[in-house]
Ligand binder design. Structure first.
Ligand code: NAD
Length: 347
């Protein structure tokens, strides 16, 4: 239910590990360079699950960073957007001056500060303020619901860029949550046809099949040869680790062929054990992929607008009101839901 009190809105506030409460709070005030959005949709990210269900969140914070919405007010200095425009929240611009920004690697910007997740006033709320410089217009013909996939798709595209994978090569994706499923979909869209997905949850294995995996397996199928110089029979050129599971890290590394690349997208694995002899003997590359390419949101929204991604599978078919967010998170953690859950805060 909408909060109709002038100047007030409902938001899903993180209270403590596993607990979210819908509370009335002030609608944020846009500064001169800001937009105020009425949030249309906000996806639930694996990071929101870590923050809420594992208790890393800061009490009284509001999560949600994968959002689309309609502009309802603009700051006095805003020229590029007007009331009624539809936008998604994009990346916080880098400083533009540090060595990493000059290398067009804004996710490494020296001025980015800490992750800022715990203090965010996010989009699990009816309204959200954002800098106009961070907003990306939603192209005509693209629904606000599909557009809310822009942020996680930009993460997946960054992983793919980082891997250097080429057409005709083979990929393994470990974990078919939203990031893994979008990585699979984006690999297919980029012409990589031979993609295997490893995933313990049945719902998500089914999702991976529907999205176009050539092969879908349970994690126990991935063999770890005893000797570090032994390469598996059908090795992969790139592994996209999208689960944050230590087991997936170990098994994924062992699936690489010589000179293969292992891309870490999943967070949270504590002290994973990588076989350094396997890395050395096969000249493997292990790299992190954090956030987005330079221009990654523009690429992601263009890919969504092209209409070729199977969003009917990628997005869970039941949208969620703020009041049901905690339950949806519980179901996500239990592996009961395959696709991306969209919160519709104004329902
Ligand atoms: P998610 O929790 O929904 O998905 C993780 C999936 O991994 C689940 O389906 C789970 O069943 C599966 N899994 C668990 N153990 C496995 C194993 N041994 N082998 C294969 N799969 C296994 O999360 P998500 O939203 O898809 O996000 C994935 C990860 O990416 C999270 O850790 C999230 O924090 C991280 N993330 C990273 C970035 C970045 O910039 N790199 C951005 C956003 C999210």
């Amino acid at each position: 239910m909408r909060d109709e009190t002038p100047g007030r809105m409902n938001a899903a506030v993180y209270k403590e590990k596993g607990v979210i409460a819908v509370e009335s709070c002030d609608i944020p005030e846009p500064g001169p360079g800001d937009l105020l959005l009425r949030v249309s949709y906000c996806g639930v990210c694996g990071t929101d699950l870590h923050l809420t269900m594992e208790g890393w969140g800061r009490p009284e914070s509001v999560g949600g960073h994968e959002y689309s919405g309609e502009v309802v007010a603009v700051g006095s200095a805003v020229r590029d957007f007007a009331v009624g425009d539809r936008v998604v929240g994009g990346a916080t611009p880098g400083c533009g001056a540090c060595e990493y920004c000059r290398m067009r690697r804004p996710s490494l910007c020296s001025g980015r500060g800490d992750l800022g997740l715990a203090s965010a006033l996010g989009a699990f709320a009816e309204f959200k303020c954002l800098a106009a410089a961070s907003a990306i217009a939603i192209p005509e013909g693209l629904s606000a619901r599909d557009a809310a996939l822009c942020e996680p798709l930009a993460v997946s595209l960054h992983g793919i860029t980082t891997s250097g994978i080429q057409k005709g090569q083979r990929a393994l994706v470990t974990g078919a949550g939203p990031i893994g499923a979008l990585t699979l979909a984006a690999l297919r869209a980029r012409g990589i046809e031979d993609v295997t997905v490893s995933e313990p949850s049945r719902a998500r294995r089914e999702l991976a099949s529907a999205v176009g995996a050539a092969r879908v397996v349970t994690p126990d199928v991935l063999e770890i040869p005893a000797m570090p110089f032994t390469v598996v029979e059908e090795p992969y050129d790139a592994v996209f680790e999208c689960s944050g599971s230590e087991l997936a890290l170990r098994a994924g590394l062992a699936q690489l062929g010589k000179a293969g690349t292992f891309v870490l997208l999943g967070t949270g694995a504590r002290y994973p054990r990588f076989d350094s002899n396997r890395m050395l003997l096969n000249e493997l590359v292990i790299t992190g992929a954090y956030n987005y390419d330079d221009g990654g949101f523009e690429d992601a929204i263009a890919l969504l607008a092209a209409g070729t991604l199977p969003t009917e599978y990628l997005i869970h078919d039941e949208d969620v009101a703020l009041a049901n967010l905690q339950r949806a998170m519980e179901r996500l953690v239990a592996g009961e839901i395959g696709g991306k859950v969209m919160v519709a805060p104004s329902v």
